[in-house]
Ligand binder design. Structure first.
Ligand SMILES: Nc1ncnc2c1ncn2[C@@H]1O[C@H](COP(=O)(O)OP(=O)(O)O)[C@@H](O)[C@H]1O
Ligand SMILES: CCCC(=O)OP(=O)(O)O
Length: 358
């Protein structure tokens, strides 16, 4: 029996998406919902590894996926040290950083941990991550902040943005490396990247840094007031970090991580949902605009808007009308994380990509 199955994983806050591909064809796709009450006892996302790995294994077995055919297990990778774009084998150093939340505590960390944990249970299967959110191609000027103690970290939807960029390049019969693009990924977090000839030379720091607020993150907040809050004695450090990274944005206003649900509320006439979503679109548009000077005298070839919230036409329209004077706007609604990961999986199987060391 040839070993050619690829298992792609995308753990999200309340569910895990998995897909199994046999070369180009998906043979199994599943969104596994996790009961909120089963997740509350875990302190860190990394503590959920064993729990989610078991559910994934059970799901594969229940659906007659031959585990011994799985060769590649691949995820987005998490908050790691800065790395160059590409594919990484999950090694002990990576597992250690993710398990210790060395660079932050986010559900995305589970993708590397789950890939590793599952590979340990399947003889001959190897774990990888591709274009983790810490891909760092920033130009030095973009790293400098107003205080020498702080340097901007590169944290953005590297996998999703580069996949969209290559898709766009193909559609206009050009190479990604020949284009200047501004890409807005509207997911749970929101990142806006300036892609200058194939390198993401600037971006908002989409985890605990700056930029628009998103379904789950606060984005830029008034710094002085935040400092006062930190010293008010009312909140622990953990609570404050959570406020910024996992309970900000739409969640803070509507107690849901679902942009979809908030859009439905707006469509049903809820004026607060309308106001907050418009403010979010306004902030996304301003962030897109802020990338315009990054290209200096060179033209911006296109603006690409993608991710889950790009499926909402009203939301996208509000962004578009503010930015289309900069460059033509292309919309790729939805996020194709699993198929992007499977593309990398295939390249690994065919020895078409270098495997980088973390
Ligand atoms: N049709 C839709 N309209 C509005 N928002 C949507 C729609 N579909 C998904 N979303 C929202 O997009 C967000 C998820 O974005 P997505 O890019 O799929 O994932 P990720 O969280 O991995 O970045 C969620 O808040 C989800 O509710
Ligand atoms: C961790 C930074 C990128 C990000 O926000 O990812 P999600 O949208 O998947 O939460």
């Amino acid at each position: 029996m040839s070993r050619e199955l690829i298992l792609a994983l995308n753990p999200r806050m309340q569910f895990t998406r998995i897909a199994v591909y046999r070369m180009n064809s998906p043979v199994f796709l599943k969104k596994i919902n996790h009961k909120p009450e089963e997740l509350t006892d875990f302190k860190c996302f990394c503590d959920q590894t064993k729990y989610r790995a078991k559910i994934i294994m059970d799901e594969l077995k229940a659906n007659d996926i031959y585990l011994e055919e799985i060769k590649i297990i691949i995820g987005r990778g998490g908050l790691l040290k800065p790395v160059k774009s590409g594919v990484y084998r999950v090694n002990e150093a990576m597992v250690k950083d993710l398990s210790n939340c060395e660079f932050g505590n986010d559900v995305v960390n589970l993708s590397g941990l789950l890939a590793y944990a599952i590979s340990e249970q399947i003889d001959g299967a190897d774990a990888f991550v591709a274009d983790p959110v810490v891909v760092d191609e920033l130009e030095d000027i973009a790293r400098i902040t107003g205080r020498p103690e702080f340097k901007k970290r590169s944290i953005f939807h590297a996998l999703d943005q580069k996949t969209s960029a290559r898709r766009y390049a193909q559609s206009v019969f050009k190479k990604y490396e020949d284009l200047n693009l501004i890409i807005a990924h509207l997911g749970g977090g929101i990142s806006i990247g300036a892609h200058k000839k194939g390198r993401v030379v600037d971006s908002n720091q989409a985890y605990d840094g700056d930029g628009p607020f998103s379904p789950i993150r606060s984005g830029s907040l008034p710094m002085g007031e935040m400092i006062q809050m930190c010293f008010s004695g009312k909140y622990s450090q953990e609570e404050l970090l959570k406020m910024q990274t996992g309970e900000g944005g739409l969640y803070a206003y509507f107690n849901t991580y679902s942009g979809f649900d908030v859009c439905k509320m707006r469509d049903a006439g809820d004026s607060k949902a309308k106001e907050v979503l418009s403010a979010m679109a306004y902030q996304v548009a301003k962030s897109i605009g802020s990338m315009y000077p990054v290209f200096g005298e060179e033209a911006v070839d296109a603006i690409i808007i993608t991710g889950g919230m790009a499926k909402d036409e009203t939301f996208v329209r509000e962004i578009r009308m503010r930015v289309e004077k900069i460059a033509s706007v292309t919309i790729y609604p939805g996020a194709e994380v699993l198929s992007a990961l499977s593309d990398y999986g295939r390249m690994i199987l065919r020895n078409e990509t270098e495997i980088l060391d973390y």
